[in-house]
Each structure stands twice: as C-alpha cells, then as structure tokens.
Design a protein around this ligand. Structure first.
Ligand SMILES: [Zn+2]
Length: 251
C-alpha cells in the first residue's frame, strides 16, 4: 500500500471561533487542508477532497451571509484542487474507485465533483444528518447528480488494510481511517482530532457534542497505541509541515 498526502491549500481561521471554541478568539491562524491518495496495488482510494474550486476566485463563496463570514477564509489555487493533486501523482481522476469522506463539511468534500466514476463512502447516519436542514454542510459540494454512494455503519474493515472507525463529536457519525501501509500504520483522524492540543487534558473542543468528541479522541489514542499507528491530524500546521507531501510517497 502506497500513500500520498495531498495539499489542498489552507484556510485562515479565527482560532477561538472555529478550532478551539472560546479559547484564542480573534487569533487568526493558517490551517492546512489536506487529503490522501492510496494505491492499494489493485485500486486507487482517495480520502477527502478538500475545498470546492469556487474558492480560488471567491474565498467568501461558502460563508458570506453567515456567522462564519471572515472567520474561515479559504486560500487555494488551481494546484490545490483534488483534481490537480491526483493528476500530479500520475493518476487519472477517472481511475479513483472509492472516495472516503471523513465527513461532509466544506473542507473535506468540496472536490467530490471531480470524481464522477468513484463510489463515495460515508457513514450512513452522517449522510442522513448532513442532508438534513440542521446540518452546516453545503449541499452544493456533495448532493451531485449521479453520485454513487456507498454507505457504511459503524467500525468496518472497508478493504484489506483500510478500516473505517466511527469517531463522532465534531459532527454526528464522523469517521476516521486506519491504514496499514506495511512498514507502518497510520490513522487519518479527520476532524476527530484536528490539532495536537486537542489531545491534552481539558483541551478546548472543536465539536457540537463534547462527550462524543472526547470519547472519540480517547478511542483513536487507544487504537494508535494498540497498532503503533501514527495519528495524522486534520488541521495541525506544525504536524502537516513535518510530513512528506505528494508527489513524494508518504513514509
Ligand atoms: Zn475540517
């Protein structure tokens, strides 16, 4: 199994409004947005698709008129689209068999439109929540005509060496991914653990449901210990800059 980490650009966010609720309000931090391309030897699997390319010309396209206008400001160029990132790895977008979305927030499924041949893998109950009026997921990004969904329910071994782990809290029925790369194992936490500081005691939350949020972090920490798997955090600038990015293979 080979893995490539894809640079989908970043957002400038008000940390205390978006990442660590109530703590560091007014502090603007660059927040990486990324995904992963897996080559299993039999098929290509993409994990998360970053932001919709609409933000290249109009950074406020998603949040204008909402409470988050100016609090989450996308920064991306053509090279940061999921389409160009996959192509830069020498892979045809049409050959992506599965796209796993950790969840359906705008920075994780905005490039779904580039992969009409793929099957999209989400937790069934997350989809039900995301499509309901109470969610804050832009339907523009994932309710696309002809999308072939593949719904899963709970913890499942999705493919050999790729397991989906239910990690709710940030949003209902969020999922993380445990991957056996052979030489090492990794867990793509998604927004279950977005920052290193989320793992400290009494950490500020990035969640609607604090009880589930802390339980999911403990679950991932426990899996990380059990399998000696490296936890890859969704929006931690320091960790992201220390990792090997595509087109080089992750090690
Ligand atoms: Zn996110």
């Amino acid at each position: 199994m080979k893995m490539y980490l894809l640079d989908y650009g970043y957002t400038n966010v008000d940390k205390g409004i978006v990442l660590t609720l109530g703590q560091d309000i007014g502090k603007v931090v660059p927040t990486p947005i990324w995904g992963a391309l897996l080559d299993t030897g039999k098929e290509y699997v993409l994990i998360d698709t970053g932001m919709n390319p609409i933000h290249i010309k109009d950074p406020n396209a998603t949040f204008i008129g909402t409470d988050l206008h100016g609090k989450i400001v996308p920064v991306m160029n053509e090279r940061n689209t999921a389409l160009e990132c996959v192509k830069a790895c020498g892979v045809s977008p049409n050959s992506i068999k599965y796209v796993i979305n950790t969840h359906l927030h705008f920075d994780h499924c905005g490039g779904n439109l580039f992969f009409p041949n793929a099957r999209f893998v989400v937790q069934k109950h997350h989809y039900n929540w995301a499509t309901s009026p109470k969610s804050n997921c832009p339907k523009r990004d994932f309710l696309l005509e002809g999308t072939k969904w593949l719904f899963v329910d709970g913890d499942v071994e999705f493919l050999p060496k790729i397991s989906l782990i239910l990690t709710p809290g940030h949003v209902p029925y969020h999922q993380s991914i445990l991957i056996d790369l052979g030489e090492k194992k990794v867990i793509i936490a998604g927004d279950a653990v977005s920052l290193r500081e989320s793992m400290s005691d009494n950490a500020p939350i990035t969640a609607d449901n604090p009880v589930d949020f802390y339980a999911s972090i403990r679950k991932l920490q426990s899996l990380s210990r059990k399998y000696q798997a490296q936890l890859l955090l969704s929006h931690d600038q320091e960790q992201w800059s220390s990792l090997i990015h595509a087109p080089k293979q992750f090690q």
